[in-house]
Design a protein. Sequence first.
Length: 488
Amino acid sequence: MTDRTPVAPLALMNWRRSVLTTTLRISLYLGILVCIPSAYIAWNTGLPFIAALDVVILSVVFALYAIDRIPFAWRAALLAACGYALAIGLLVEVGTLSVLFFIASSVGATLLLGVRAGMIATISSAVTIGAVGALGWAGPEVVIIPAKYHAIRWIVIALNFTLVSTLLTMGIGTVLSTLEQALDNETRARASLDRERTLLRTLIDTLPDMVFTKDTHGRFMTANPAARAEWSDERESEMLGQTVFDRLPAAVAADIHSEDMAVISGRAVINREVSSVAADGRTRWSLLIKVPLRDETGAIIGLIGISRNITERRRLEDQLRQAQKMEAIGRLAGGIAHDFNNLLTIIFGYSELLREEREMPNGTRDCVDAISDAAGRAAALTRQLLAFSRQSMLQPKVIDLNATISETARMLSRLIGEDIVFSLVLDPSIARVRVDPGQLDQVLMNLAVNARDAMHRGGSLTISTHRVDVTAAVAARLELAPGPHVTI
């Protein structure tokens, strides 16, 4: 769809305004030099009408030049009318030489108001010439024409004037129309280009990604706000003309500059993830893209760089990989727990059969009880593995928290190793709690393993319980109900 804006007609009219202003200025200056002697000569030679006409036209030109509030079309039409009036006066007083003034009036109307106005002026002048001459009102120089041919000769003069004036008017009008069309196209193309440039710059400036361009020498040409923020610059002018050598250590800058030159030479297109250390010491990951910047002929004039912060994405990817690993470990633990439960079922079954034996050697029953107790502890371990793998159903129940922690502590003491001193400080006054024992065992095991991993050279690990009354302010922050709670 062709863009049509009100800006172009105004731009096209500017040159016509300039022509009008220049014409009025020259007409005023020359009119002052010509009008006085012309009026004097005309008065002394018996042509008072021409003298008065010169004064009136000069006054009108002065008014048109001084009062620029008058609309352009009216000023241009009045100036053309002044030439037409002068031509009529000269035709009546002088004769056929005044035809030249009619031509000048038509050409002036064409320049100032266009081809249509020029043709109207030409037709009006032709009719005027023919009528004045045919009626015998023309100047005395044509009295030599025989009376019987007087009207025909003036008609011939009017027709030839029409031909010449039309050719001049159409020729000038065609040239002006072509120039106007070219100026119109240029103005619209420039306006469209300015809008596209503004839109593109707005998009670039609002992007959260760093966007920058460099010339063939590696100097910054543009940088959006995100890029300036990365370099701690408030204004784009602070970066323009600088290179990475002005902002980074020499070794780092040399590597980046070498990479830029490879892109500018057309040998490479960069699309990779890079890491850097931020001011707070954290590692930052970015997706860096660098491609050649080309002009309208396709020649490389620099490069375009885009850097996107993907630190959060990398963190989520790491979490996903860790979750996948934990899921695999959980599946393995669940499979082992199920197989181990099958073995424990056999152990429990045979230990119960042995307990039913009435005649048993001394000490044998104690061994059977030990086997049964060991199987019970193994079953508890199996429940913990199933809870860790999240393959067991949640079964919350009211339990004695201190007793559960004491049972779990026997397994934890073996888990954390001999170089860590493990102890319990349990408050006997705490109330009973409702919780899933398997989940509680998993939490205690995770905390114990984290503590062990944090003490590479040994240390001490204490698990304690006590009662606490949570206030309303603390409860709101922890998203709990206020009142008595038990803390581990």
